[in-house]
Design a protein around this ligand. Structure first.
Ligand SMILES: Cc1cc2nc3c(=O)[nH]c(=O)nc-3n(C[C@H](O)[C@H](O)[C@H](O)COP(=O)(O)OP(=O)(O)OC[C@H]3O[C@@H](n4cnc5c(N)ncnc54)[C@H](O)[C@@H]3O)c2cc1C
Length: 328
């Protein structure tokens, strides 16, 4: 393992923030995680495992040992009942992995195509898009338990998934996802409910849906290689129905338990914050949920703008926005 002091993370986060960690390494075998654990214990610095850096807001200097998952590999096991069990290692690029399953003629992940980041991070926040969440397709996964220093397998049910949440996110970095297995039956029902996909014919195949998902994403979201960003910066808030009813015209998405999910983008736009800029940090002028780096933005600028949005939405609507990207 090539352990690097003063590890440069500037090119390893899609927000494009300049950042260094005290130590870092790219992990190419699961055993190397144990080596980094030793270094973490020896130095007293916490160990943080990262993937593609697409859900992060990084401070300039990070007092941590950082391991970037770089493990590769994909396999398919065809079951007699027609289900493909597809396994990918944590360091695989999620979007490439989805494209590969579609090219193999295996449907099921098409709505989740184009999401940046790695396979290993995808279960951490139960990624979701275009009406589908990872939880609906995951069979099981293997983690490295940093406390017990051993491998463990979790079924999808064990992962305690909910909206952008999982056991892993709540567990304070205890578990490192090593590989994930998806159960993709050949008798598959397309999910075309989401705007942008609803104009496709009902019998559209997975490749057509995947292509459309990539096109819709490309038109809607800024390309992080051109304009640094971390995707949606806030979760859509889930509030009591009385709170939702008190906000005129807000789009409401009733939940099974009687609560209501609101559009964070709508709330931010209604506060007049779409397109605002503070220094080199800004709210994307075509999508109010995305904070962007106009070039050379600092952590302080992004964090300052995020606080301004949270405070303004709370004052105007009494709704607390929760930040999605993890701060390091
Ligand atoms: C343009 C853009 C669009 C996006 N669109 C979507 C979308 O449609 N839907 C959606 O859900 N998300 C979306 N995201 C957010 C992001 O892509 C996902 O959260 C993604 O899963 C993050 O993966 P990553 O490898 O980049 O993780 P990182 O950003 O590197 O890490 C995120 C968190 O996961 C932890 N982590 C990383 N790898 C592991 C591992 N192997 N084991 C345990 N913990 C780990 C890290 O410690 C950190 O806490 C978008 C982001 C961008 C930039």
């Amino acid at each position: 393992m090539n352990l690097i002091p003063d590890f440069d993370l500037s090119r390893l986060n899609t927000m494009g923030l300049a950042s260094h960690a005290r130590f870092g390494a790219v992990i190419s075998t699961p055993e190397e995680i144990d080596e980094l654990t030793g270094l973490s214990q020896g130095t007293g610095l916490p160990l943080r495992i990262l993937g593609g850096g697409s859900n992060l807001v990084l401070r300039d200097e990070i007092a941590a040992v950082v391991g970037v998952m770089g493990t590769k590999g994909r396999t398919v096991e065809q079951r007699a009942d027609g289900t493909a069990l597809v396994t990918a290692q944590a360091g695989e690029d999620w979007s490439e992995f989805v494209g590969w399953t579609i090219a193999q003629g295996i449907p099921g992940l098409e709505n989740l195509g184009g999401i940046p980041g790695t396979v290993g991070a995808a279960p951490v926040q139960n990624i979701g898009a275009y009406g589908v969440e990872l939880a609906e397709r995951l069979d099981s996964l293997v983690v490295w338990d940093l406390v017990d220093r051993q491998r463990r397998r979790f079924s999808a049910q064990d992962c305690e998934f909910s909206y952008r949440q999982s056991l892993f996110k709540r567990s304070g970095n205890r578990f490192v996802v090593l590989e994930a297995t998806f159960a993709l039956p050949d008798t598959w029902t397309a999910n075309l409910s989401y705007p942008g996909l609803d104009s496709l014919p009902a019998d559209a195949d997975a490749a057509t849906i995947h292509e459309r998902v990539l096109a819709v994403r490309g038109a809607k979201l800024p390309n992080w290689r051109m304009l640094g960003n971390a995707g949606s910066f806030f979760h859509n808030p889930i509030v009591r129905s009385e709170v939702a009813e008190g906000i005129a015209n807000v789009p409401r998405y009733p939940q099974r338990d009687g609560t209501v999910k609101l559009s964070a983008a709508w709330l931010i736009e209604a506060c007049g914050l779409k397109g605002v800029r503070e220094g080199q940090a800004g709210v994307y002028d075509r999508h109010a949920l995305i904070l962007v780096n106009h070039g050379g933005a600092t952590y302080a600028e992004i964090a300052g703008l995020a606080s301004r949005i949270v405070n303004t939405v709370r004052e105007q609507f009494g709704v607390a926005l929760v930040q999605e990207p993890i701060e390091l």
